[in-house]
Design a protein around this ligand. Structure first.
Ligand SMILES: C[S@@+](CC[C@H](N)C(=O)[O-])C[C@H]1O[C@@H](n2cnc3c(N)ncnc32)[C@H](O)[C@@H]1O
Length: 285
């Protein structure tokens, strides 16, 4: 995973297709960040969540942007410096963990990351530990995709190894197939007040060439690697045919992507109540 994202970091989210940014901005809006809050953005990539979060918490807050890919982290660090966002810190996640102290964050965000984890429950528990009592967590994952995405993805299937066809990562079954599945992951990691918000994103492509650039700048680049070079042209021609069927009257190819936001919190400690002995005296017994 580290190698894949390090390899695509240069092109990641640079295809001109509005995809990661609107998904991330939707997550930041839902987290209702206040000036001064401390945010950890897990799997920051090139900062799709990090920067709108940094604007929301302002100079008195902080956003710690962490990722397993050192190149993604370096891009985010450089962009934060260009923008003059001193409230953004960056760190590379290593085998030793996220490198953020337990109970030091008000909010954890993570957009389009959790489904990559071999053990999403364990991963989430490690993120929950970062939160103070009363802290909030928000995770973005994919809901159902437009059937056109499915038909394009199907073109890659004959070439893919079994692990990439795994139903858990494709979301065809397992925790990422339903709202309830992801909610159960959060509840199982200790979150309370867990709820889901859905949003349908219209993704616009000028043409199939822009789709190909987009797909090479996302995790789908791994799919292309498994297609033998001599078969890539034919696959692209078939994808073009499928995509052209989704061309709309405004001239763009428009695909729908359902986005699932799963939100939760860490229970606040209850205000200390009277001791049982005091209760006895209150009740006159
Ligand atoms: C699809 S990208 C999303 C990046 C960013 N959140 C965005 O919305 O553009 C997934 C990112 O998660 C990172 N990643 C994957 N597993 C991770 C983990 N266990 N901890 C931290 N980062 C991880 C990858 O390196 C990659 O940068």
């Amino acid at each position: 995973m580290t190698r894949l994202f390090d390899e695509i970091a240069e092109d990641y989210d640079q295809s001109g297709v509005a995809f990661f940014a609107p998904i991330a901005e939707g997550l930041v809006d839902l987290m209702d960040l206040a000036p001064g809050e401390r945010v950890v953005d897990v799997g920051c990539g090139r900062g799709a969540v990090t920067f709108p979060a940094a604007r929301a918490v302002g100079p008195t807050g902080s956003v710690t942007a962490v990722d397993i890919s050192p190149t993604m982290v370096e891009h985010t660090r450089q962009r934060a410096a260009e923008l003059g966002y001193a409230q953004v810190n960056t760190a590379v996640v290593t085998g030793d963990g996220i490198g953020v102290p337990d109970e030091s964050a008000d909010v954890v965000t993570s957009s389009l990351v959790l489904f990559f984890a071999p053990d999403p429950g364990a991963e989430l528990r490690s993120w929950m530990r970062l939160l103070v009592p009363g802290g909030r967590i928000g995770i973005a994952t994919f809901g159902a995709a437009d059937p056109t995405w499915g038909r394009v993805d199907d073109l890659f299937r004959p070439y893919l190894p079994a692990e990439l066809l795994d139903a858990r990562t494709t979301g065809a079954s397992g925790p990422f197939a339903t709202d309830e599945g992801v909610e159960a992951l959060l509840t199982g990691s200790g979150a309370t007040a867990v709820r889901t918000v859905r949003h349908s994103l219209h993704v616009h492509f000028r043409d199939a060439a822009q789709w190909r650039r987009f797909s090479m700048s996302t995790g789908q680049r791994a799919f292309w690697r498994f297609v033998p070079e001599e078969s890539r042209g034919a696959l692209y021609d078939q994808a073009t045919q499928v995509l052209e069927e989704a061309r709309t009257d405004n001239g763009d190819i428009v695909l729908l992507q359902d986005v699932r936001y799963t939100l939760g919190a860490v229970a606040s400690p209850q205000p200390a109540g009277p001791e049982p002995a005091d209760l006895r005296s209150m009740w006159g017994r």
